[in-house]
Design a protein around this ligand. Sequence first.
Ligand SMILES: NC(=O)c1ccc[n+]([C@@H]2O[C@H](COP(=O)([O-])OP(=O)(O)OC[C@H]3O[C@@H](n4cnc5c(N)ncnc54)[C@H](O)[C@@H]3O)[C@@H](O)[C@H]2O)c1
Length: 378
Amino acid sequence: MNSTILLDVVGVIGAGQMGTGIAQVLAARGLRVILSDRKFEIIERGIGVMNRSLEKQVKSGKISPEDAASTLARIETAVSLEPFRAADFVIEAAPEDEEIKKAIFRKLDQVTPVGSILSSNTSSISITRLAAVTSKPHRVIGMHFMHPVVSVPLVELAKGMHTSDSTFQRTMGLCQRLGKTVCVSQDRPGFIMYRVLMPMINEAFFCMMEGVGSPEDIDRGMRLGTNAVLGPLKLADSIGLDTCLSIMRTLQHQFGDSKYRPCPLLVQYVDGGWLGVKSGRGVFYYGPGAAENMAEKANARRAATADASAINKGFAAKALNEPPSTCGADPAAVSPHAELGYMLRGADHGGDAHKHMMRVLHVASGMGSAPANRGMRC
Ligand SMILES: NC(=O)c1ccc[n+]([C@@H]2O[C@H](COP(=O)([O-])OP(=O)(O)OC[C@H]3O[C@@H](n4cnc5c(N)ncnc54)[C@H](O)[C@@H]3O)[C@@H](O)[C@H]2O)c1
């Protein structure tokens, strides 16, 4: 089936990290987009992020200024779902909370045309249960983009119990149009990607809490040892620690297995508002514009790693994967040791238990005197 002919308007719900990236990718491929959130201020912030991402693509010569302008021009904004009456396809990217998503799907069931497809970018919530609150569950499907959406080539598709073949094929067609590669999962908690990834991130938090290694050693070990672009702790910061916690709770609740219990330190960080890149602080500290800079660096590393393996020059990949402070590529960046010191000294960090844990890590990681009061620039 040729989805490029059938699709014209795509509605995106949620102008957060994921919704913004999804809207940008859709508009860049010529689709008209309606981007909706609860408040215009939130949407404006998302459009600002998109604008900066497009400007960087123009500067690097990947797209022309006209392409950037026409991408933005294809995006309309809304603070209600009423305009979704015109949508052929909807991608919901609201927070990872089943009740919020169900309320949205109930409303979508009422306003969208009967032939449209309703997809969710959920990382872990049952597609079958979301579909069950609608009157036409055959048109509901899981469409799980990865962060940062603009550069990560994968979309995980999850077929719910009611999802029709036609819904699946049309969603595959949209993925192709976006230039994404698909992996297909059964509708199980966490699907494939986060069922495997989240317990690893959770275990990295346990290692940090127990002082098994410093955050930088945990990340460096896992990054270089598994040839990954980011270590699990920085990856968790990039995903959002609140999202990671919600997913662990879904896995724990749905499987009823204590092996999925969230690490208490992860819970404490979220309770304390340390949500990762999006709040400026998570395991690590981030300055303004961190999300975009981090996405760019990850892209550069990804591209460099691919090049390096293609020409079989392992040393090139290693140099590019070293922290900037050791390879000397970015003198403005400071090592995560300094970052840990920042957290140790800062007057605004969490409770006594956390301070104690940080002291343990400080000793365990063999840090010397208090480093400069700067966070890592990502
Ligand atoms: N962050 C990641 O790396 C990642 C990766 C893959 C999938 N996901 C999934 O994508 C979804 C969104 O994650 P995110 O990281 O973008 O979260 P986010 O917190 O950055 O964004 C969520 C947005 O939804 C908005 N929102 C809340 N209630 C709403 C409502 N009723 N109607 C419209 N908008 C509403 C919020 O204002 C916010 O802007 C989650 O289901 C998450 O599991 C996240």
